[in-house]
Design a protein around this ligand. Structure first.
Ligand code: XIL
Length: 359
């Protein structure tokens, strides 16, 4: 079941999908692009098709509302390259319920409208997270019962009455510290780890068809944090709490892809949950060089091939497809160039790495 966007909401986007930029998919700037190395006839719109061809549900990208005025960007986002989109920010708590019981859905509606008009699925992101959380939640000293109601009300409104998106939600985002303990935030400090089952049960009640995920970083390779997440999955399943999928964020550093990525995915799927690569980017220390871009190509291939090899790894999403709108440079000082298209929207060797991983 999909939310059908009002026709008026679709209109601003329809004109943007009518033509492709003249340079889209073509190699116009030498070594930073490698489109010419692609098999002939596969220069545009291949990623989702290749992913589905090997049994995956989608290949997708994050996107964000301020980007929707960039027609060259939109032509690629809306093309068949991507079968799925994730709102980078507009479904988060601070965007959807900035004041208690005052809901704003326009940003998320615009993302859903693009998905509906271009035949893509949406991963809802996210419902309960200590970051981008309004202070009325974090600083109100709610009792356990009050905070439970606040979580349930947020989720039933955001999921239940608005974004019935028909695919998956990141219900809980980043619950663990790197040592496997729970993040000390208002949710954990007030409710203990029960906040996780409260949120998952509320999401299931609001949209019984949605795949419900917990999403985190630093769980992609085996280790303390991955083990903590696996233990959580087992506990939730033992208590009949609805949990369908684990998101491997996959914000990697060049040359540091976990060597046991595939076997760690398999450890999760063996527990009866799907894995999704939810926020893939591979950052390098700037300035970029041809060698670094080549290493990045290889790293992208490694990550995508690991998912390709695991039947329970159902899809993969890059955390925006272009360096033009990547969150990396403003978050990790000195790093960037993390995406498969450069800041001129030209494909990088990393794009071919993805193709190779899907082939
Ligand atoms: C990031 C967005 O990309 C930025 O625009 C925003 O300023 C901060 O959040 N893990 C997540 C995402 O789950 O929601 C984060 O997105 C990146 C890290």
């Amino acid at each position: 079941m999909k939310l059908l966007a009002p026709v008026a909401a679709l209109l601003p986007f329809i004109s943007l999908s009518q033509c492709l930029p003249s340079n889209a998919g073509s190699d116009t700037s030498g070594t930073t692009t490698a489109t010419s190395a692609l098999p002939s006839g596969t220069s545009m719109g291949v990623l989702n098709t290749l992913a589905q061809g090997i049994g995956k549900k989608y290949f997708g990208s994050a996107t964000d509302n301020p980007e929707f005025t960039d027609s060259a960007y939109m032509a690629i986002l809306e093309s068949s390259e991507f079968g799925q989109i994730t709102p980078g920010n507009s479904m988060k708590w601070d965007a959807t319920e900035p004041e208690q019981n005052t809901f704003t859905f326009s940003g998320g509606d615009a993302v859903v409208a693009i998905a509906n008009s271009t035949g893509k699925i949406v991963r809802g992101h996210n419902l309960v997270w200590q970051s981008q959380l309004p202070s009325w939640v974090s600083d109100s000293n709610f009792t356990a019962d009050e905070l439970t109601s606040v979580i349930q009300n947020h989720i039933s409104n955001v999921v239940g009455t608005n974004y019935i998106i028909g695919y998956a939600w990141d219900v809980v985002n980043e619950p663990f510290n790197s040592d496997g303990t729970f993040v000390s935030d208002v949710f954990y400090n007030t409710l203990g780890s029960d906040f996780i089952s409260i949120a998952l049960n509320a999401a299931h009640a609001a949209d019984p068809d949605a795949k419900l995920c917990i999403n985190d970083y630093g769980i992609e390779g085996s280790g303390t944090k991955s083990t903590a997440m696996q233990n959580l999955v087992q506990t939730l399943k033992a208590n009949s709490v609805p949990i369908d999928c684990i998101g491997f964020e996959s914000h990697f550093i060049l040359g540091e892809i976990p060597s046991d990525l595939q076997s760690n995915m398999e450890a999760f799927t063996a527990l009866g949950v799907d894995v999704q690569i939810t926020e893939l980017d591979i950052r390098m220390e700037l300035p970029e060089t041809a060698d670094l871009l080549d290493q990045q190509k290889s790293d992208y291939e490694t990550v995508i091939a690991a998912c390709a090899a695991v039947s329970g790894c159902v899809g993969m999403t890059v955390w925006d497809f272009t360096d033009k709108y990547s969150w990396v440079p403003s978050t990790f000082s000195g790093y960037g160039a993390a995406c498969p298209y450069d800041s001129n929207l030209v494909k990088k060797p990393a794009f071919d790495g993805i193709v190779a991983g899907l082939s």
